[in-house]
Design a protein around this ligand. Structure first.
Ligand code: GDP
Ligand code: MG
Length: 607
């Protein structure tokens, strides 16, 4: 294939707008995968178990297909992009290897917040956008109205929009033709020195690291000696080919092609995403790389059973081979023992990682409350970024030489039908939103108009229950997106929880002063519910510095342990008694209070 018969594209879509279904249809139509008569969604590109279970794409995948159009065969490379805001980094790296994108919008739902940011990202890169309305088979679909909306939101001419049903296959062939007609062929000459852009890597137990590359110029063949611009290490290419949709060896990759190479990299850290590979002995300027992913949500992960730590750590390390945006550090806690502190791009990312970990590691883990990175600014101008509450100063005043504390804020945008506007405004205020603005998305306001609300929110406010509340308050209609908006001065404090007068390190959290009382009371209540009674009375306290904010008292265990218990509590306690022998082993001495790991699990895993 020469560059003029190659097209590299991705599909931009909000979750559930039909990206996986369209990808399946494209792969079928080009004979890349067999057509299924069952009509079942195969979701060929969603290889991870968690992706299939949750119906979301987490990791970008690629697939090549061959389509005959006119007289020629075209090589079409689909580079998949994840649909969720947390995975913005994965999105930008997939887009970097494409010249165009299909913007897929559900004709019954309309434009959603996340598609807007991906759209702008794609347009900034100078990519050709093919607008497509999906699900036109649904009676509830309103292609004309949504086309107007796309015009108002993106400035897209309605006559350019394709109308399809990815489910029935109607109009899908026209998508393939539009990809060939409208998306420019990749540039680059075969004679030029090799420049291959490394945009993803996989890890194979037997062959080591497999890199996914997009060849910008020159060609790469088996046996070539190549060098990484980033590490200056040399490798010999042992295998090269395309994803069709699984790996199919070809003897070489030419300009404009996207495929995989194996070159004996031992560790996945060697495959630096955004790196440029060139031939040994040739000098090239590296291609523009990426802003690296920035972890914004941190949490400690601990095994329920201390002796399980090595196994947990090994599982974490194995998983981070396939998800390089997760940062890992060891952490030890006097309450929970040895664990790891992980950094994630967002809370969905954290949930997904945790689920993958539980699938892989085959056991439950204790995850501490998520924290964002705070900036502590001292009197002398020094700055320190703290992403673990244990490192946060007990008090932040002149005695501790702290001038101010700053927290990360984001610019949030939400799209909702007009009738939910009041609810959402209130939600934003409750989460300390500022600079609230709104405008209509549909050109002519009228029936079921939709509005876009933007505001500045502290990141810490959206890592907890914000998404859930947004969904329930808008009956599921709201879509949400956010982007980094820097740091802002804030009135924050570290809240500790004390059992019998002793602080439990793993429970410490950072709170905004305006919410300290409510938060303190809520957590103390919860602790009171999950901690089993002891032989003596135990005060449970929430404190900021020396000041106690909330308190409950756990009464002493009576001779008849089941007396005075009721409802679900009763059953739980009975179970607890049965398991007492078992539990003894897992007890952690906390001062004089015995606190089982299960209590932590209960405390931190329920909302
Ligand atoms: P993704 O999250 O963008 O990958 O969306 P999926 O491809 O997983 O599709 C989400 C849901 O929409 C699935 O239940 C699909 O069966 C359904 N769906 C996708 N395309 C169509 C379509 O053209 N018509 C109808 N009626 N349903 C569709
Ligand atoms: Mg999908």
């Amino acid at each position: 294939f020469t560059p003029d018969t190659i097209r590299n594209f991705s599909i931009i879509a909000h979750i559930d707008h039909g990206k996986s279904t369209l990808a399946d249809r494209l792969l079928e139509l080009t004979g890349t995968i067999a057509k299924k008569t069952s009509g079942k969604n195969e979701q060929v590109l969603d290889k991870l178990k968690v992706e299939r279970e949750r119906g979301i794409t987490v990791k970008a995948q690629t697939a090549s297909m061959i389509h005959k159009y006119g007289e020629s065969n075209f090589l079409l490379n689909l580079i998949d992009t994840p649909g969720h805001v947390d995975f913005a980094w994965e999105v930008s790296r997939s887009l970097a290897a494409c010249q165009g994108a299909v913007l897929l919008v559900d004709a019954s739902q309309g434009v959603q917040a996340q598609s807007i940011s991906v759209f702008h990202n794609a347009r900034e890169r100078g990519m050709k956008i093919i607008p497509v309305l999906n699900k036109i088979d649904l009676p509830a679909s309103e292609p004309e109205r949504i086309a107007e909306q796309m015009k108002a939101t993106f400035g897209i001419d309605p006559s350019e929009i394709l109308h399809i049903s990815a489910k029935t296959g109607k109009g899908v062939e026209a998508v393939l033709e539009a990809i060939i007609d409208r998306i420019p062929a990749p540039q680059g000459a075969k004679e030029d020195p090799l420049k291959a852009f490394l945009f993803d890597s996989l890890y194979d137990r037997y062959r080591g690291v497999i890199s996914l590359v997009s060849v910008q110029q020159g060609s790469i063949r088996k046996g070539d000696k190549i060098v990484s611009c980033h590490t200056r290490k040399r490798y010999e290419v042992t295998d090269v080919g395309i994803m069709h949709p699984e790996e199919v060896p070809t003897h070489c990759l030419n300009p404009g092609q996207v495929g995989y190479i194996a070159c004996g990299m031992k560790q996945s850290a060697e495959a630096h995403v955004g790196d440029t590979l060139h031939r040994a002995g040739e000098k090239v300027d590296p291609l523009e790389g990426f802003k690296p992913a920035k972890a914004m949500v941190f949490a400690g992960i601990f095994p329920i059973e201390n002796s399980e730590f090595p196994k947990l750590e090994e599982s974490i390390n194995r998983l981070t081979l396939t998800d390089r945006s997760v940062t890992v550090q060891r952490e030890s806690s006097s309450a929970l023992g040895q664990g790891c502190r992980l950094g994630f791009l967002g809370t969905l990312h954290m949930d997904v990682f945790r689920q993958r970990l539980e699938d892989e590691y085959d056991a439950s883990v204790i995850v501490t409350s998520p924290t964002v990175p705070y900036k502590i600014i001292f009197m002398d101008g020094r700055e320190k970024v703290v992403s673990n509450p244990t490192e946060f100063p007990e008090v932040t005043d002149s005695s501790t030489r702290v001038r101010e504390v700053q927290e990360p804020v984001v610019k949030a945008s939400m799209i909702v039908p007009e009738e939910y506007m009041g609810e959402l405004m209130e939600l934003c205020f409750q989460h300390r939103g500022e600079n609230l603005e709104h405008r209509y998305l549909d050109a002519g306001a009228g029936r079921a108009s939709r509005i876009i609300i933007t505001c500045i929110l502290p990141l810490s406010e959206i890592v907890t229950d914000f998404f859930d509340q947004l969904k329930s308050r808008s009956s599921g209609f709201a879509s949400f997106d956010y982007e980094d908006a820097g740091y802002k001065k804030s009135d924050l404090a570290k809240m500790s929880f004390l059992l019998n007068g002793k602080p439990v390190d793993a429970l410490a959290i950072i709170v905004h002063r305006s919410k300290q009382d409510a938060t303190g009371r809520q957590w103390v209540k919860k602790l009171h519910q999950v901690i089993p009674k002891q032989l003596f009375e135990v005060p449970i306290q929430a404190a900021i510095g020396r000041k106690v904010i909330a308190r409950e008292t756990l009464k002493a265990l009576r001779a008849d342990v089941t007396a005075g218990l009721y409802g679900g509590h009763y059953e739980r306690k009975m179970k607890h008694l049965e398991n007492q022998k078992e539990s003894k082993r897992k007890m952690k001495k906390m001062g004089s209070v015995e606190l089982p790991q299960e209590a932590f699990f209960d405390m931190l895993s329920t909302k």
